[in-house]
Design a protein. Structure first.
Ligand code: NAD
Ligand code: DAU
Length: 413
């Protein structure tokens, strides 16, 4: 384990006040967030650190190419924030961190997350996403269940079941939905996130929590496997777990290997926009802060052993998102809207490219009252503005290794 100074800002020793005292039946929390230096993780860490000054938030991250402590500059000096550089696959280290910090909640986001990379290097995905999750589950079991009377204690059982292993998963585990209505039909439900421009569904079926798992890519196969391990630890050992499966996120701090930040950067620099296939594939987009708010809610209020889908009923064909991105970026850069449409370049499709994702998140809305807060076109504009305003961030993450990655992925496409 490498504890990183100056990034570690831990004003208390593990096991001392204020993090160990109890008020009423509720303990204050020591929450381990894995992958907190990544895209979604950094939004989750920021939300928890700011919202719960009485909690200690321990961010465990290996800092792979996707992890960036710059994503957390604004909160790194907060007294309730700790950063530990470690690999989730290193069981001994994970166990020690959980013991040292008396961790009572895990929010597990660390993963290899990019489908295209998983097609090139599936082993890394199996190692991190499957074995890494297993290592965390084993550590949580050792700390919370093995040789403890915790679960049999009525008081602790009733104290809002404060021990919780929360696994963040993806809608991709359900496979791909058919596009029965390429022209679009009225969706069964609307949320604040739904597009104002063209609120359509492209098929009648949606991903629901009880749907069969049918992953297609090595990435989604590894995530599916990790979900199964989480359920197995709940069913076999009684580990208090919860799983969520979310749709595509967008927003600030996303690594520009993913569609939206990659395309914004290319439009800005007038580089070709590599659209896979015909650009007809459909994704269901959700603003990242709305995902982080859902995670906070489910971590505190979700039911043990449950699965919740998270999405905004906001389906878009890739080509329509890309045209919207070009319009917004051109406008914000003072160019004529649509001036950069000629950058669109249709390239060889992604192998096994899932056609349509569409999440039904009504269970979460019904049972826990979650609602997205940001409408898609507003969110897209906010996102483009953030990347244009944060050019130094983009420049830093696209130098060096990124150039090699780009050449390898797109050079001969
Ligand atoms: P990301 O790639 O931006 O970040 C992943 C983070 O995990 C990085 O900080 C990286 O350094 C860290 N990490 C990787 N391997 C590690 C290891 N072995 N040990 C410790 N840390 C390690 O990913 P993201 O897009 O923020 O996704 C976070 C989670 O949410 C993932 O589990 C992903 O499957 C899931 N998810 C993502 C989306 C999306 O649209 N991005 C949607 C649904 C679910
Ligand atoms: O659905 C949730 C998933 O969303 C998450 O679990 C993944 O971690 C996340 O990466 C995302 O997966 P996608 O494969 O859908 O995201 P990506 O941004 O890579 O691609 C979005 C769509 O755009 C997809 O249909 C492929 C297409 N695309 C992508 C890239 C990078 C292109 O046409 N060109 C590109 O260069």
């Amino acid at each position: 384990m490498e504890i990183c100074y100056p990034y570690i800002v831990d004003h208390t020793e593990p096991g001392t006040i204020p993090y160990q005292f109890e008020y009423g039946l509720m303990k204050t929390r020591n929450i381990l967030v894995t992958g907190g230096a990544g895209f979604i993780g950094s939004h989750v860490v920021r939300l928890l650190v700011n919202k719960y000054p009485g909690y200690r938030i321990i961010n465990l991250d290996k800092l792979t190419y996707a992890g960036n402590l710059e994503n957390l500059r604004d909160i790194e000096d907060k007294p309730n924030y700790v950063f530990v550089k470690a690999d989730i696959c290193d069981f001994a280290t994970v166990l020690k961190i959980m013991q040292d910090y008396d961790v009572d909640g895990v929010i597990h986001l660390a993963a290899e997350s990019h489908v295209d990379r998983s097609i090139v290097d599936p082993f890394t995905f199996a190692r991190t996403n499957v074995l890494g999750t297993l290592s965390l589950l084993q550590a949580a079991k050792a700390c919370w269940l093995d040789n403890h009377s915790v679960i049999s204690s009525e008081v602790e059982k009733s104290s809002s079941s404060y021990r919780r292993f929360y696994h963040i998963s993806t809608d991709e585990v359900y496979g791909a939905l058919e596009m029965t209505h390429p022209e679009g039909i009225k969706p069964p439900f609307t949320t604040k996130a739904s597009s104002g421009e063209h609120h359509l569904a492209y098929g009648e079926e949606f991903f629901t929590e009880d749907m069969k798992y049918q992953p297609h890519s090595p990435y989604s196969a590894a995530k599916a496997s990790s979900d199964h391990f989480v359920r197995a630890f709940h069913d076999t050992y009684g580990l208090p777990t919860v799983i969520t499966n979310c749709s595509n996120n967008y927003g600030p701090y996303q690594f520009p290997e993913k569609l939206i930040p990659l395309f914004i950067n290319n439009i800005r620099n007038r580089k070709p926009l590599p659209v896979y296939g015909k650009g007809e594939n459909v994704r269901d987009w959700l603003y990242v802060e709305d995902h982080a708010r859902a995670i906070d809610l489910i971590f505190h209020e979700g039911k043990d052993g449950e699965t919740y889908n998270i999405g905004g009923f906001n389906e878009w064909k890739n080509i329509d998102v890309i045209k919207a991105l070009i319009r917004i970026t051109d406008r914000l850069l003072g160019r004529r809207e649509g001036e950069d449409d000629n950058l669109i370049t249709f390239v060889t499709d992604r192998a096994g490219h899932d056609l349509r994702y569409a999440i039904d998140s009504r269970k979460l809305q019904r049972e826990l009252g979650w609602e997205p807060s940001l409408q898609f076109e507003e969110g897209l504009e906010k996102t483009v503005r953030w990347y244009l305003d944060n050019e130094p961030w983009m420049r830093r993450v696209t130098s060096g290794e990124y150039e090699k990655y780009y050449e390898k992925m797109y050079g001969n496409r």
